[in-house]
Design a protein around this ligand. Structure first.
Ligand code: HT7
Ligand code: ZN
Length: 876
């Protein structure tokens, strides 16, 4: 594929006025008739042809104003339809018929079949696999959809908008018509047909309109959609209360399907979901599943305003809808749950996924300027860093200023396809603030590195905070400008109180935010009676790495006293990292790891502190991951040593804290009936991490086996199984538990995904053979993305010692898998392949073997554009 550049953007030559589509559904021979009304845009040359996009299309008929078009006037290929000699100014109608084969569509883009259900996925460029079309997000039109299908097999015929009507159609068929009054781009088109169960409810909007809510799932699974429905109603209410946004159709539908490339899709009025993010009950869903469902239901619903009503001018603007909508779903979850605990989870995710992306060969700005395959830009940088950039706007402008900017954005751009510049301008105009420097966050890739030092002058009673920023070089961009970095801070005095300080020099300080805008700045604060401890980047106000040589006593002080729980967790992390990197080095040298008593004391004090919410204590006890340690070490990494060092630290904590963990486990084991809310989840998290430490201390599978036997919910059951499998892979208790789990959930593919993942992440070199055996399981299906991700994906992304086994065998296996998946589903293959993006951080032996595996992929003559794009960039 050729490279697309932002700089080449220009509007279409023809304006699309209306779209009428008629589908005659058939598993292998679906007929699509598209009637499109266009007119030439003012000022466009009268000789310019109409060029429509296609992908793998077969055209059987083409009419111009209802009359067959002379073949001399058009050129049709599977990839495009060009029509010449068109009217200079009057509107005209094109009627094009294409034939498509949903059954053969394994890419899951366009119209496909999954378990007997017809479903579509059109973002980003799937609509062109259905019919010839100006398939780009700045072409907005009103759609009418007619669906004709066999009645017995497809009692449901769904599309976007409001239902117009339906009737019988011949002896065995019926039809339905849908009309969506809101102009939309083609990527938001959706069609679903088939036989599904329905969960129905209603929502009354703030202006008193009643909206029908429907969630469609496989028959028999209706009870498992109750939580999703509840999350949907809460999302609708929250968007009214917090953003003033009301729903705008008579019906809102969600369809759950089992073959899906991503989490879900925000099609107007007809969201389509990976069933993993709809179905839940205590027996089959973990607390994490519940939290994910709540977040993704909200995310897709919120797109109705941020993405659908206001969409993107082009795909370079993807963060305009994604970053903003992630920010909105983060805020929603923070309001539904514990704000600090939610923030900790967000930052863990950002650091483990986005920071490595931003530091490696796939780094790109939040608003990229070129791409070869747009599917590869649905990245954690666009989504999560994009959300952090939105959050910083709110931090800089304050709650009210942010709200004013958002209101202006909705008012000014409703019904339009907008750009990042349009978005930023709304905040500037609504607040009278220049955000030019701030906007660099959209344009400069790389995680800013901030070096910090502080000096206290006891005679002048001043504190000086010196900050220096460095933005690392990223592919294609080495010289970077200093950015506007808003850092929340507090000065904490000896007794734990927050000192009131006034900034006297150095730059802008507004409230509790220091604005770092120059390469180096020193801020001085006056009126400080004794040396304070600096708590910086509270709440993770900026997505940066801080290099602050803070003594461990200061960190322990923050960990014990900061009123911001996020900052306390961060201080614990900062205490843990040197312990863990030190342990990895010691383990690599073959030495005996000793864990600092001071660190253990801080950790156990937090664990035992009954004034703190259980979910927070569980987070504090979940030490930085092996990937976090690898990132901190920064190169020449040996995953086995990192693992061994971390295990030794865990043992040290387990032994010293056995008493504390015993109590926590006992208290929270008797915590009453299951509720999926945050409070219940927090107690389970604390109990289960206590169980894992107790198991380490006792070095016996007995406790976990007992927990497995008595669990009354999937969180406890899967945690117990994980502890057994990861600690005692060969124990009879583990074998029995794995077999019992498999038998009990044999008919529930989503639960078996957990069974695959738990086994795929058993540490050590032997896991490769385990994964190979599991691929032969009757429960595994190489064509289903959830199965592939839970087994191959979890192994590659989540099993550092297994995937990086020293002989390189797992890289070789992985390359084979990528080459096998690619012809079927390029999007899935390309996404999995990013597991190798940080290969350069490995020690030379492993790095060479990883490079060789990448080279075999690169040498394949028939790669998809998706995989070719990733492998080329990762090797460059
Ligand atoms: N806007 C959607 C992103 C998306 C997608 C979803 C499913 C399959 C393929 C896809 N390509 C892009 C999901 C979202 O961010 O809400
Ligand atoms: Zn989204």
């Amino acid at each position: 594929g050729r490279i697309v550049h932002l700089a080449d953007y220009r509007p279409t030559d023809f304006v699309l006025e209306r779209v009428d589509l008629t589908f005659e559904l058939d598993p292998t021979d679906t007929k699509v008739e598209a009637r499109l009304i266009f007119h030439r845009r003012e000022g466009v040359d009268a000789s310019a042809p109409l060029v429509l996009d296609g992908d793998d299309l077969t055209m059987t008929s083409l009419l111009f104003d209802q009359i067959e078009l002379d073949p001399a006037r058009y050129t049709a290929t599977p990839e495009s339809l060009t029509i010449r000699d068109l009217p200079e100014s009057v509107p005209f109608e094109i009627t094009v018929v294409t034939m498509i084969n949903p059954e053969a569509n394994t890419q899951l883009m366009g119209l496909y079949r999954t378990n007997g259900i017809y479903a579509t996925q059109c973002e980003a460029e799937g609509f062109r696999r259905i019919t010839y079309f100006p398939d780009r997000p700045d072409v907005l039109a009103v759609y009418t959809i007619n669906i004709i299908a066999d009645k017995a097999a497809n009692p449901l015929l769904l599309s976007n908008g409001n239902f117009l009507g339906g009737a019988g159609f011949g002896p065995d068929k019926h039809f339905a018509a849908w009309f969506d009054p809101h102009p939309k781009p083609s990527y938001l088109f959706a069609l679903v047909a088939g036989d599904l169960g329905i969960v129905a409810d209603t929502f009354t909007t703030m202006s008193g309109r009643e909206v029908a809510l429907k969630i469609y799932v496989e028959h028999g699974k209706e009870p498992r959609a109750a939580y999703a429905m509840d999350a949907l109603k809460r999302s609708m209410k929250w968007d009214e209360e917090v953003f003033g946004r009301e729903y705008d159709l008579d019906i809102f539908m969600i369809v759950a399907v089992s073959d899906f490339n991503m989490g879900a899709m925000e099609n107007k009025g007809l969201n389509i979901f990976n069933d993993k993010y709809v179905l839940a009950d205590p027996e089959t869903a973990t607390d994490q599943d519940y939290a994910n469902i709540e977040a993704i239901i909200a995310h897709e619903y919120f797109h109705n305003w941020t993405g659908n009503r206001i969409t993107c001018r082009d795909w370079f603007q993807l963060c305009l809808k994604e970053g903003l909508t992630v920010y909105r779903d983060h805020e929603f979850s923070a309001d539904m749950r514990s704000r600090s605990v939610k923030r900790i989870a967000e930052v863990r995710h950002l650091r483990s996924e986005q920071f490595p992306e931003d530091a490696g060969p796939l780094a790109h700005p939040v608003r990229p300027t070129k791409y070869r395959e747009i599917n590869n830009f649905y990245t954690t940088t666009v989504y999560e860093k994009g959300s952090e950039v939105t959050r910083m706007i709110a931090t800089i402008l304050g709650r009210d200023g942010f709200k004013k900017g958002m209101d202006l954005y909705f008012e000014r751009h409703d019904g339009e396809a907008a750009t990042v510049e349009d978005f930023v301008k709304c905040f500037e105009d609504a607040n009278g603030r220049d955000l030019t420097q701030f906007a660099l966050w959209y344009h400069q890739a790389g995680t800013p590195q901030i070096t910090v030092s502080s000096t206290y002058d006891s005679s002048a009673k001043t504190l000086t905070l010196s900050l220096e920023q460095m933005i690392p070089a990223t592919p294609g961009h080495s010289a970077k400008e200093p950015m506007h970095i808003p850092l929340r801070f507090a000065l904490i005095s000896e007794n734990g109180a927050e000192a009131v300080a006034s900034a006297i020099s150095g730059g802008e300080v507004s409230g509790d935010v220091v604005h770092l805008t120059q390469r180096a700045q020193a801020f001085t604060f006056a009126g400080i009676g004794s040396r304070p401890v600096v708590s910086l980047n509270r709440g993770f106000s900026a997505p940066v790495s801080l290099h602050f040589a803070q003594g461990s006593e200061d960190l322990a002080h923050i960990a014990r006293h900061d009123s911001d729980l996020f900052a306390r967790w961060e201080a614990i992390t900062d205490l843990a990292l040197p312990v863990l990197t030190g342990a990895a080095k010691t383990a690599r040298e073959g030495g005996a790891v000793e864990t600092s008593r001071a660190f253990i004391d801080v950790l156990l004090a937090v664990a035992a502190d009954e004034t703190l919410e259980p979910a927070f204590r569980a987070q504090a006890l979940s030490l930085p991951s092996e990937a976090d340690i690898a990132r901190e070490l920064g190169g020449n990494n040996d995953p086995d040593a990192i693992h061994a060092g971390r295990q030794a630290v865990l043992s040290g904590i387990a032994t010293a804290g056995a008493g504390v963990f015993g109590k926590l486990h006992a208290i929270h084991s008797a915590s009453g009936p299951f509720t999926p809310d945050a409070a219940g989840a927090g107690k389970r998290a604390l109990k289960n991490i206590a169980l894992s430490f107790l198991t380490i201390a006792e070095n016996s599978p007995a406790l976990a086996a007992a927990a497995f036997a008595s669990a009354d919910n999937m969180t406890d059951l899967s945690q117990a199984l994980t502890i057994l499998a990861h600690r005692f892979p060969e124990a009879v208790e583990t074998k029995n538990a794995l077999a019992a789990f498999e038998t009990r959930f044999a008919s529930n593919a989503l639960v078996l995904d957990k069974w695959f993942s738990i086994q795929a992440t058993i540490p050590g070199a032997a896991s490769l053979d385990r994964v190979k055996v599991l691929m032969q399981s009757p429960h595994f299906a190489p064509t289903n993305p959830n199965r592939v991700r839970s087994l191959v994906g979890t192994f590659a992304f989540g099993n550092a010692t297994g995937f990086n086994r020293a002989d390189g065998a797992a890289y070789h296996f992985f390359a084979e898998q990528i080459l096998a998946i690619d012809p079927r589903n390029p999007q899935l293959a390309a996404r999995l392949l990013t597991a190798l993006r940080s290969w350069r951080l490995l020690e030379p032996g492993r790095a060479d073997k990883a490079r060789a595996a990448l080279a075999t992929i690169e040498a394949s003559p028939s790669l998809s554009t998706d995989v070719r794009d990733i492998v080329d960039r990762v090797l460059k």
